[in-house]
Design a protein around this ligand. Sequence first.
Ligand code: CTP
Ligand code: CA
Length: 219
Amino acid sequence: LIAFFKPKPLAGRRVLMTAGPTYEPLDPVRGITNISSGKMGYALARALRHAGAEVQLVSGPVALPAPAGVERIGVMTAAEMHLAVMQRVAHADVFIGVAAVADYRPDDAAEHKIKKTGEAPVIRLARNPDILADVASLPAAPFCVGFAAESRDLESYARGKLEAKRLKLVVGNLVQDGMGGDTNRVVLFDAAGDHPLPAASKDEVAAGIVAHLARMLDA
Ligand code: CTP
Ligand code: CA
């Protein structure tokens, strides 16, 4: 893979990205989360690094080692991920949101373990900040890339996110094609059109995304 990226198309580019799920505590031993192995985000971090980029990876809890040469910042909640991103975004040329961020968190996490009682509790939720949308709406926003994992109507939802969040590129996939496994099939959506990449290993898909990104940044 390293040889594949000679000469390095992203040399000198500073990339800030998120990956993995977030975990929103309900009490000290329980919480709500999204399903995300982190594999696609970590593969992309590696591919960006191999292409010469300086990579900072803000990661939710995953069972993966930090990619070599990448600075990993570990977080648990969406609020922590938002803060970690906002503290670093001024230095970034590119921001890529790969994380499966929980859209909601329990409104009021209990300090102590919730005990089982006769009646089933009702969990109130509060909205989490949209990290990618907040970054993209900064006055000096970096080049922003989003991911869209959908269970249906991929093109319309992905294009909707491209416009609503004012992104330059959205990487879309159907959850049934990528989740948890080592392969993925994605379509890149940008202002120029739809660019389907062949189904392949997540490392190969990541290389395809990096090649497309490098072309856009050089255009
Ligand atoms: N994202 C984010 N912060 C959030 C929610 C999403 O940064 N609170 C980012 C994701 O990392 C991804 C993109 O936004 O790059 C799209 O996430 P997705 O969950 O597909 O979109 P939402 O806008 O949350 O819409 P919905 O869940 O309703 O499909
Ligand atoms: Ca969401």
